[in-house]
Design a binder for this molecule. Structure first.
Ligand code: UDP
Ligand code: MG
Length: 318
């Protein structure tokens, strides 16, 4: 019988993960076509998550724990889970029950139909905070708009179903940083979508604040598209032309008017200073954009793993 690995990244999820396992059997026991294993990745939690995971491991035969050496972030934790899982398929989901358990059966049915990538698509984000809703909405639209095509499916996050073929292709990618939102659409294969409503977090708080989300969005944009870099070149060419015309006009004015009244001189000076300030801030902004791309090159060229496993506690029957 084929096996589905459920991969769950866990960072400070001591309460949520217990609740998850108090409910999960009700959902997986009725699925007859597949066996299940759980790959629980402890991403350097500072609370009692690891102890709770070990407790769950001691009472179940289908749990593998991957303990990372510190907190690396959700994507590296998912990568560690995908590297470790043995299933013919994998379902990546949150520990906090935001990704509803009834979806496992629906995704499994899609695997049975031969799909390699199953994208659960959120049809409403009412239960997300308005900050999250707006930033996520902007991110998906911005990336797809500037690329001129759908490079990432909207309102689909890391909650995914993947076949072994898809997992292996993702793991083959040499990127140090994982950008699953872009990597999964990139690999192709047989893809399908299932609509669902995302639940509220069962307990605890989201690990993403505005700063983390902005960073996540910028890193993803720089990994997905070079559009901002090309825009800078276009903007630079246009503004050079305008600056040159402006310079000529100033020069002519200066030569033609041999006695400018004092207040006009002050006005012109202030005007020029403000233009210089504006130009410098635009340059700093653009340097920042280039910096994000440079950072991406740095991360991807240095030979460092993006997660370090401290210990793998394998399933008891293995
Ligand atoms: N997570 C993780 N490492 C981190 C941040 C988050 O492993 O540094 C896990 C977290 O425990 C959860 C999943 O990634 O299972 C998604 O995080 P969260 O629920 O906070 O994100 P949201 O659903 O609010 O986008
Ligand atoms: Mg969540």
């Amino acid at each position: 019988m084929e096996k589905i690995s459920i991969v769950i990244p866990c960072y400070n999820e001591e309460e949520a993960i217990e609740i998850y396992f108090s409910k999960i059997d009700e959902y997986i026991n009725k699925i007859e076509d597949f066996k299940f294993e759980f790959v629980l990745v402890n991403d350097g939690s500072k609370d009692k998550t690891l102890d709770i995971l070990k407790r769950i491991h001691s009472r179940r035969d289908d749990v593998t724990i991957v303990n990372l050496s510190r907190n690396f972030g959700q994507m590296p934790a998912i990568s560690a889970g995908l590297y470790t899982c043995k299933g013919d398929f994998a379902i990546i989901m949150d520990a906090d029950l935001q990704d509803p358990l009834y979806m496992i059966e629906k995704i499994a049915a899609k695997f049975k139909e031969g799909y390699d990538v199953v994208n659960p698509h959120r049809i409403d984000r009412k239960k997300d905070s308005s900050l999250k809703r707006n930033t996520a909405g902007f991110f998906y639209k911005f990336v797809n708009k500037i690329e001129g095509k759908k490079v990432i499916p909207e309102n689909v996050n890391c909650f995914r179903g993947l076949s072994r073929k898809a997992i292996d292709e993702i793991l083959k990618m040499k990127e140090r940083d994982r950008y699953l939102l872009a990597e999964i659409p990139y690999i192709g294969f047989k893809v399908c979508t299932i609509d669902f409503s995302r639940e509220e977090r069962i307990c605890g708080k989201t690990k993403y604040n505005l700063k983390k989300m902005t960073r996540y969005a910028l890193d993803n944009i720089s990994a997905i598209t070079s559009f901002p870099l090309y825009s800078i070149i276009k903007f630079g060419a246009l503004s050079s032309l305008l600056t040159f015309v402006n310079f000529l006009v100033m020069l002519i004015l200066f030569i033609c008017s041999n006695h400018l009244p004092m207040n006009q001189i002050i006005f012109m000076t202030l005007f020029i200073v403000s233009v210089i300030l504006l130009c410098s801030s635009i340059i700093i902004f653009f340097l920042g954009v280039i910096g994000v791309y440079l950072h991406n090159i740095l991360i991807n060229t240095r030979e460092r793993e993006n997660f370090i496993i401290d210990e793998v506690i394998t399933q008891k029957d293995k």
